[in-house]
Ligand binder design. Sequence first.
Ligand code: ZN
Length: 241
Amino acid sequence: MKWSYRIARIAGIDVRIHLSFVLLPVIFGFIGWREGGLAAAGESVLFILLLFFCVVLHEFGHAMAGRHFGIRTPDITLLPIGGVAHMERIPEKPWQELVVALAGPAVNVVIAVVLGAILAVTGGLWIVTPDAWRTLLQNLMTINLALVAFNLIPAFPMDGGRVLRAVLGFFLPFTTSSRIAARTGQVMALLFVAGGFLWNPMLLLIAFFVFNGARQEIEYIRQREEFDALVADMDSREDRP
Ligand SMILES: [Zn+2]
């Protein structure tokens, strides 16, 4: 991806950040600073960095599940709207795609449970600025659960859309289930546009990403069907006496 730079290499996978990602801590730091000075700015930046650390772990969830099925992930790239694990290919066996798609959100469930356990065990025993730390951990736990819920919206190519395709794939051919999942993704993208105007402009960016991704998938499926039809046609000609 253009304008992206490698910041680490973990388990053979390059972790890259897109240049636009740098905007995120800057914007959140500025909002924090305006609301509560330098300390609030620091808290905002720390929170956003920890959040994206959780996003990286989420992407590693997908990558490690993929590796289990022999699929390589050369890199994970962080964008302001989230992370993308660039896998060499997507498993077409429904249960494999299901496992790979669910592995990301599953990581956020584990993080939320660990944070919840830490909060329960320490229960206000923090010595240094207890309230700020508690709030930070609580917010991180909440946002990890929100990430699980959001990612499972059936908006292909988001995780929930892949889960939908995998589940349909148990009953339907790959091309049919792909087309249904991608069309559903496009409908979801339109709902995100509405949500973007009503609640959070960030949803507009996500809507663009989802709609475009779904459109590319529909195009890929169309080409593939044409190719399959061509091959079938050639086979039938060869069969003629
Ligand atoms: Zn994911």
